[in-house]
Design a protein around this ligand. Sequence first.
Ligand SMILES: C=C(OP(=O)(O)O)C(=O)O
Ligand SMILES: [Mg+2]
Length: 575
Amino acid sequence: MTQKLSGIAASNGVAVAPAYMLVDPDLTFDKKTISDADAEKARLHSALDASIKELQQIKAVAEKSLGSEEAEVFEAHITILQDPEMIGQIEGKIDSDKVNAEEALKEITDNFIAIFEGMTDNAYMQERAADVRDVTKRVMSHLLGKNLPNPALINSEVVIVAHDLTPSDTAQLNRKFVKGFITDLGGRTSHSAIMSRTLEIPAVVGTEDATTTIKQGDKVIVDGLDGIGIVDPSDEDVTTYTKKGDDFAKQKAEWDKLKDEASVSKDGKNFTIAANIGTPDDVAAVNDNGGEAVGLFRSEFLYMDSAELPDEEKQFQAYKKAAEDMHGKQVVVRTMDIGGDKHLDYLPLPEEMNPFLGYRAIRISLKQPDLFRPQLRALLRASAFGNIAIMFPMIGTVDEFKRARAIYDEERQNLINDGVKVADHIDVGMMMEVPAAVLIADKLAKYADFFSIGTNDLIQYTFAADRGNEHVSYLYQPYNPSLLRLIKKVIDSAHAEGKWAGMCGEMAGDQVAVPLLMGMGLDEYSMSATSMLQTRSLMKKLDTKSTADLVDKALDAETNEDVADMVKQFMAGLK
Ligand SMILES: C=C(OP(=O)(O)O)C(=O)O
Ligand SMILES: [Mg+2]
């Protein structure tokens, strides 16, 4: 029977394919007393063998589709499953306590995890905790006779159905076969949504019950244009949505013609349209879509993509590659923005009640210079190979900016003293995503070389509404005069000090917001690469005088909806 799901349109396009359930099975079990320890140990060994076989298979596929580096993690998992010390302890537990294999496995691996996580001065061992947790899940699934999803093994076209997609889940997926995403959780600016746009995969997030409605193999339509999912569609539905997807592709072909043109308003004012990227490999899409800069390189995605903390050299190579591939166009790299919904298995952070308000981003960098300094050095070294700018995330006070900048200056001087080549000038700016910083933007503009407005976080902090929580997604109100007034303050404060202001939150590519941002004089618009040409096409239709008049009215409006209506009327009047 056909069922309809509605959610948040997260990534444009339409997909029709069978569902692949990326959902962990229930791995709870009962502790039992056993009489035949040998039989229990045999169960353990057959689960271990099955897990190893599975991992060998995954590793072989991952090597081909993702590369040998990504596949290394599976080899590490196999090694753990062959560790005589750990297996000996699990067997010992079965013998001495007469418990079932599930219980022995859990108790012993919990011990190992606790020990590894406790080694706070040894990052390598801390990383192993995540590996042990992962392999334990696999062995447990075999003991319980349940199937764990293995996304790396997907080899035919599918729509991924998940409760939520973490950036690291997403990194494991093969783009060739994954045609669409549909999730229970998430908002338009959650990182799963952002990743789906980078990968150009149609996505609907925040449907609440995708994983309970859809079953493995069900035919699913994902309409990422309007935020609709259809399970078990009729032939008519398939025809309608296939046409919708084709129409979108045609419209896209029209925009593609603007690839080599400047981003200029109808009255001849130039702007910069830039892209947000997560790895140097994303630069290809930036160039393909006529990007004039990279306005945000989310460097933490580099950290999330690898099995362990990338050292200075690895980071240097990544930044250098991005700078070189952009051929002299600016690449703004944001220093590590971990925390909130972005975590690293190998860098355990304290459990917090409010992670988005907690230990994250620049707060970690200032507290843990062992992470921050190598990143700054890698960036400084890469600056000799292109046009690199650096920005700090989540700055809330002048003091935070000054402290970060002082560490940067120190590392710069160290490299120069060592005879290492660095660029003569590097723009050092900051994200504007904390309301406190916006309110003193005039002060911060004296120190920062530029501002980049992070509306994803600025909106969540201004409205006190978790950006990934679908229950409060109505408070994602980019056109609300409250937010527009903050944005205007940032832009005006930058300009008063002769600095530039950009935006790298999702709002920069929002077609309703762009006329307002142009009217406020925003200089750089950084967005998913796939939204750039559509935005350039829109800019050509607008002039700076009438959009400035529109802004005056919008700032004086009462609600988000009133402003959205004003913009739509304004746009209709242009035609
Ligand atoms: C661009 C932003 O950063 P991120 O989405 O990575 O938090 C933002 O907050 O708007
Ligand atoms: Mg942010």
